[in-house]
Design a protein around this ligand. Structure first.
Ligand code: NAP
Ligand code: ZN
Length: 358
């Protein structure tokens, strides 16, 4: 094991403190890298503040962060795809069984034995270890993972903006592909123009679709249009919602709090699909008639496998899609969490600058 530093919460309501953590040394199939930047996902808040209890309780100390980007410092003897100095990243998955049919078809996130998340994940598959029985995430100076969970950042892609592609980006890219938007020509709605939503707008547009940004924040209209939205709908304004009735074939819903998905069903056209992506813990009450009359589908999706995540950053690079970010230091973490809890009111992903935080 080696010791490195990390920013951790000792309890759901505590502030972040710098602590020493232990990680496994770089084994023959592993890659170790200096974490330079780590995006701050709304999921970090849900987990660090124990919002998922009792479904999935949080272990403390908790080191969040699953949008890591950095530079390789060591590779194992069996690793040929990466070398010291390469720009690499890690997303939401840090281990899985690597043997089941799901892992073997590139869907490590849906591993039949249960994938190990980059933080608060049970270290049960044996390819990653800490001094506890759970993983520590990317608010940290260094990370070591099996090469299967490393993503190559294309040369020229801005390192500080790469991390958000590995969670926010893939979480939108995967359902866009799953429900046919990668072929273009669909009318795609994106609900919630925050960290995930801004990637959804950019990706859906680059794939050749018409994009509607659906937001509770009228102040986001200009930026939403600048990044590719053709239409902007204010979901709290009945007139704006009426004007957009039945105008979307596919809606990706990123709302991060309890809400009624029925709010968005009137926006779906015949045979439309809504994909639930936010970690809302409430059950939804849905009127059946719209589902019946227009053959609507309600479904969900979560991140994506390693091959698809690589495909996502390569797609972003080819199409010059760069997440809109703001660099912050660790002393601002608690304020950013407060802001995300009340509402991400700007179209940015905050990114922790590790060097500047030390
Ligand atoms: P975020 O930056 O906070 O964005 C969420 C957006 O939801 C806000 O910007 C806001 O957009 C909208 N919103 C907030 N409160 C709302 C309310 N009361 N009613 C309606 N809309 C509201 O969060 P994020 O990082 O994009 O993550 C979004 C959600 O996805 C979180 O729950 C996160 O945990 C989850 N997530 C899921 C996956 C997955 O694999 N499925 C992966 C990553 C994250 P407007 O201002 O535009 O309304
Ligand atoms: Zn995330």
């Amino acid at each position: 094991m080696y010791t490195t530093q990390a920013w951790a919460k000792a309890a759901a309501d505590s502030d972040f403190k710098k602590i020493d953590i232990q990680r496994n040394l770089c084994g023959e199939e592993d890659v170790t890298f200096a974490v330079k930047y780590c995006g701050i996902c709304h999921s970090d808040v849900h987990v660090a503040e124990d919002h998922l209890k009792p479904v999935r309780s949080t272990n403390y100390p908790c080191v969040p962060g699953h949008e890591l980007a950095g530079l390789v410092t060591e590779v194992g003897t069996k690793v040929t795809a990466y070398k010291v100095g390469d720009m690499v990243g890690v997303g939401c998955i840090s281990d899985s069984c690597l043997a089941c049919p799901t892992c073997n078809t590139g869907n490590e996130h849906a591993c039949q034995a249960g994938m190990t998340g980059t933080y608060n994940g049970e270290t049960k598959h044996g390819h990653i270890a800490t001094d506890k029985s759970w993983t520590f995430g990317g608010y940290s100076n260094s990370q070591t993972v099996h090469q299967r969970f490393i993503i190559k950042i294309p040369p020229g892609f801005p390192l500080e903006a790469a991390g958000p592609v590995f969670c926010a980006g893939i979480t939108m890219f995967s359902p866009l592909k799953e429900w046919g938007a990668h072929r273009g020509g669909l009318r795609v709605g994106i609900v919630g123009i925050g960290g995930l939503g801004q990637m959804g707008v950019q990706l859906a547009r680059a794939m050749g679709n018409t994009v509607t940004a659906i937001s509770t924040s009228p102040n986001k209209k200009a930026v939403a249009k600048e990044i590719g939205a053709d239409t902007f709908v204010v979901s709290t304004d009945p007139e704006s919602m009426r004007a957009a009735a039945m105008s979307c074939d596919l809606i990706l819903n990123t709302v991060s709090v309890s809400h009624e998905l029925g709010t968005y069903l009137p926006l779906l056209a015949m045979r439309g699909t809504i994909v639930q992506l936010g970690v809302a813990m409430n059950a939804h009450a849905v009127y059946q008639l719209p589902l019946m009359m227009r053959k609507l589908r309600v479904t969900g999706s979560t991140i994506g496998g390693m091959l698809e995540t690589q495909e996502c950053i390569d797609f972003c690079h080819r199409h010059k899609i760069v997440p809109r970010i703001k660099l912050v230091t660790a002393d601002a973490l608690l304020d950013i969490y407060k802001m995300l809890n009340s509402k991400n009111d700007s179209v940015v992903r905050n990114v922790l600058d590790i060097e500047a935080s030390k």
